[in-house]
Design a protein around this ligand. Structure first.
Ligand code: HH2
Length: 278
């Protein structure tokens, strides 16, 4: 299976890529309810693209700690109108943030091109065949447990080793389904079954995951650990802290950053890249 052209073009860029978050949910931890109507979501999509987003990640289910799953029909009715509206107007590549293969299938049909599966193809047996059949690049994320229980005392004997072994196993499962390695994006899953200290350790040793030979994504944006280390800042005030996390991950090999504030990330990464290349 050859790589889709848009993906080859993105990977050929000599700079980190910015994935802008577009949550079409009433309850996401940082921006729940703000872009819940298709009009508000489209308007935010325009704003994110103008600010420099390379990809928009559309999600219809919050997976914040202790959240409950959203029924299939509800998730579809949230994301499909938004994907269609964006596709009709903007050229930007879209990813669908879901672990349900049926949501991913219909989202791809409506114009999304990337699958962002926080379960790394584990929660729905139809997801891997779908990715293989359609050729859509797929993001495989590490999570310990489920969103409902992942933050209840997460423990590891060897944090980095266990995450790496998990990602290797999920990568190999994807390869076995015929998904090419360049179409597999790996993500250690900041905040998904991790203590605040675990998140710091992952960021500080992000290069551990380079050996797996796939592009790496990092998603620290506005997450609770940032508020924790900054004296209890609320989510909307965590964008500066987010940049510190991005800096470390990008200097240690992250190719894609998933963020709420695309304008900040774009400025920050442009300068970081200019310095790196000097
Ligand atoms: N984080 C969130 C959701 N999806 N996908 C990947 N690949 N990596 C992440 O780190 C990641 C993700 C959670 O953030 P957000 O979408 O802002 O919140 P919510 O789940 O409450 O909608």
């Amino acid at each position: 299976m050859t790589l889709p052209t848009f993906w080859r073009d993105l990977l050929n860029q000599d700079r980190p890529l910015i994935m802008g978050i577009l949550n079409v949910t009433p309850d996401s931890f940082a921006d729940g309810g703000r872009y819940f109507s298709p009009e508000a979501a489209l308007d935010h999509a325009r704003h994110l693209v103008a600010a420099g987003a390379d990809i928009l990640d559309v999600g219809g289910e919050s997976t914040r700690p202790f959240s409950d799953p959203v029924p299939l029909k509800e998730e579809l009715s949230r994301v499909l109108p938004v994907i269609r509206a964006i596709r009709a107007e903007l050229d930007v590549p879209l990813s669908i943030d879901t672990y349900k293969a049926e949501v991913a299938r219909q989202a791809l049909e409506a114009g999304a091109q990337i699958i962002n599966d926080i379960s790394a193809l584990r929660f729905d047996p139809d997801m891997a065949p779908l990715a293989a059949r359609t050729g859509a690049p797929v993001i495989l994320m590490h999570m310990k447990g489920t969103p409902k229980d992942m933050q209840t005392d997460p423990r590891y004997d060897d944090l980095l080793g266990e995450i790496k072994a998990f990602l290797k196993d999920r990568r190999d499962a994807a390869l076995a389904h015929g998904i090419p390695p360049e179409a597999i994006i790996l993500d250690p899953g900041i905040g998904f079954g991790k203590t605040f200290a675990h998140n710091l350790e992952i960021l500080n040793h992000f290069d551990t995951f380079l050996e797996l030979g796939c592009p790496l994504l990092v998603g620290p944006s506005r997450k609770a650990f940032i508020g924790h280390y900054l004296g209890g800042l609320p989510p909307e005030e965590r964008d500066i802290g987010t940049l510190a996390a991005l800096a470390m991950a990008v200097l240690k090999g992250a190719r894609i950053v998933r963020v709420h504030n695309v304008a900040y990330a774009a400025q920050f990464l442009t300068l970081l890249q200019a310095i790196r290349q000097a």
